[in-house]
Design a binder for this molecule. Structure first.
Ligand SMILES: *Cc1c(COP(=O)(O)O)cnc(C)c1O
Length: 523
């Protein structure tokens, strides 16, 4: 194990970061103005012996150990306390002490259950840890009189559903922060809306905007980049804007932990011999989750191939198979796996930076081409490096729903529509290694499409007769009652039905209205 604490610094993918940036600064800044994404200058490396030494540790202890190995510039006891608070038994944020358990489907196929947190989706793994680290970083930087922490922080999030609730749960009652989440009014499921509008905490709000997710994102970006409003916020309210999106390194590092932890679990249960390689398959959107698996492999976890699974929005599949990323003539398609409905995969930039030998000039050029011409092609070496580690495929809407039924029958296990995409791709691309499939959401968050899959109803068709009128909570109960391997609906979802909705405000998706929503929130 690493005995000497060292402090890592951060470089960025476009070569623009100035000075000596540490973890605490990277998490507060989020990204480099102008575009670059932070990556640690040095990656730690665990030997097999060191990985095996992690076996007896709790999840929180493993997480703390890995953060220290990454050279996070916070005192050891602060890191330990953040991790205990995020993942430990006292707070019980996760409904099992294993936090992210590995379940066996057959002797060569395993699922990594990343949906045992407060909002039942994998973003909890990052968003329970990151806000705690964020507050601790503010503390640490204030002790050094760092100018960027003179004010407290107002986090703004635009969400299509999953991220918003995970961010609200993560930031509620965290020091030095407030959070407002904007969602497309009428554009999220009744369950997702109930999750957000019942959120607790004195520093949170969730508002609907009249428009689609794109409109939400656009207006939140406008607010972020409005200098005059930022100035007003700083002088009047002593607040500074920040974001919590998945390009923040503080969200990525916690995700590395669950892949290391999964491998140690697989050793502990005798599924693999120490050092025996596994493949990992990830249903992918913004490329954060699969990038975390890549970093887990880089630091010594025996992960051989990374299988990238897409839905109909298959831009990543085409990129990994051709070396050309092209959105010039690609239409956005809404699917039953909405969290993977993405055309510009932000974290891919970090992956290309790593695979291309950390050449910031090259990244800058590719990102310029993506912005101006909506396409770019990577060079031969980077493409070869990509092909060496990654395989990719995509799954149609029909196939993804059929997979839910097939896996339920074959393995007595109910998948959500995102994980179903991962399962189907794993089946197509797998070699002889055991495959670990990232299960990114609990089925109860997407019960209408889960039911379509189970009952063989075509995508988009109405549910039959008496089921058509049920709300999401009732449909969850129906599935749990009629499909014995579905298991019970988690209390964290079922219990929301009778909970008071705290927020009912809906605003127009324009700058003036959103500004007004912020001013009213701050009253
Ligand atoms: C966010 C999300 C994804 C995509 O993860 P990325 O890190 O963006 O690739 C997949 N499934 C679910 C359920 C999600 O919430």
């Amino acid at each position: 194990m690493q005995q000497n604490r060292y402090i890592n610094t951060y470089i960025d993918t476009r070569g623009a970061a100035e000075g000596r940036v540490t973890f605490t600064e990277a998490i507060i800044k989020g990204m480099v103005p102008g575009g670059g994404l932070f990556v640690p200058k040095v990656l730690p490396r665990f030997t097999l012996e060191e990985l095996q030494e992690l076996l007896p540790l709790s999840y929180a202890q493993k997480a703390a150990h890995i953060f220290k190995a990454f050279g996070v510039d916070l005192p050891e006891q602060v890191i330990d306390a953040c991790m205990e608070d995020a993942y430990g038994p006292a707070t019980a944020n996760f409904d099992t002490p294993e936090v992210a358990p590995v379940k066996r489907l057959d002797s060569n196929t395993y699922v990594l259950e990343l949906f045992r947190g407060p909002t039942l989706a994998f973003k909890d793994l990052a968003l329970q840890c990151m806000p705690r680290m964020f507050s601790a970083s503010v503390d640490a930087l204030r002790a050094q009189d760092a100018p960027e922490t003179k004010e407290d922080f107002l986090i703004l999030v635009a969400t299509s559903g999953d991220t918003g609730k995970a961010a609200l749960e993560g930031f509620k009652d965290r020091d030095y922060t407030s959070i407002i989440v904007y969602y497309p009014f009428g554009g999220v499921s009744d369950l997702q809306q109930a999750q957000m509008l019942t959120s607790e905490g004195n520093n949170v709000a969730a508002y609907g905007l009249r428009g689609n997710f794109d409109d939400c994102q656009t207006v939140v970006k406008q607010v972020f980049s409005n200098e005059a409003f930022a100035q007003e916020l700083a002088t009047k309210h002593k607040l500074r804007f920040s974001s919590a999106n998945s390009i923040n390194w503080g969200r990525l590092l916690p995700q590395v932990v669950y892949y290391v932890n999964a491998y140690t679990q697989m050793i502990a249960s005798g599924v693999v011999l120490p050092g025996e390689p596994i493949d990992v398959c990830v249903p992918t959107g913004n490329f954060g989750n699969i990038l975390a698996a890549y970093y887990a492999a880089e630091i010594g976890t025996p992960i051989e191939r990374l299988l990238c699974a897409s839905n109909t929005n298959r831009v990543l599949t085409d990129f990994i198979n051709t070396g050309t990323y092209d959105i010039s003539e690609r239409d956005f398609v809404a699917t039953p796996s909405p969290s993977m409905d993405i055309l510009v995969s932000n974290n891919l930039e970090r992956q290309l930076f790593e695979l291309g030998g950390r050449n910031a000039q090259q990244i800058k050029e590719w990102m310029r081409l993506l912005k101006e011409e909506k396409r770019f092609t990577v060079d031969k070496q980077t493409f070869a490096a990509l092909r060496e580690r990654f395989s990719a495929d995509w799954v149609s809407v029909e196939e993804s729903l059929a997979t839910i039924r097939r896996v339920y029958d074959a393995h007595d296990y109910l998948l959500d529509p995102h994980t179903a995409v991962g399962y189907q791709v794993a089946e197509r691309l797998r070699g002889t290694n055991p495959v670990l499939i990232a299960a990114t959401a609990h089925w109860c968050k997407f019960s209408a499409d889960v039911y379509r899959g189970l009952a063989g109803i075509a995508p988009g068709d109405n549910l039959p007769g008496n089921l058509a009128d049920l709300n999401g909570f009732a449909l969850n109960r129906y599935i749990a009652d009629n499909y014995q391997h579905a298991g019970a609906v988690p209390k964290r979802m079922a219990g929301l039905e009778d909970k008071e909705q705290r927020f009912d405000e809906v605003y127009n998706a324009d700058f003036a209205s959103v500004k007004k929503s912020i001013e009213e929130f701050l009253q």
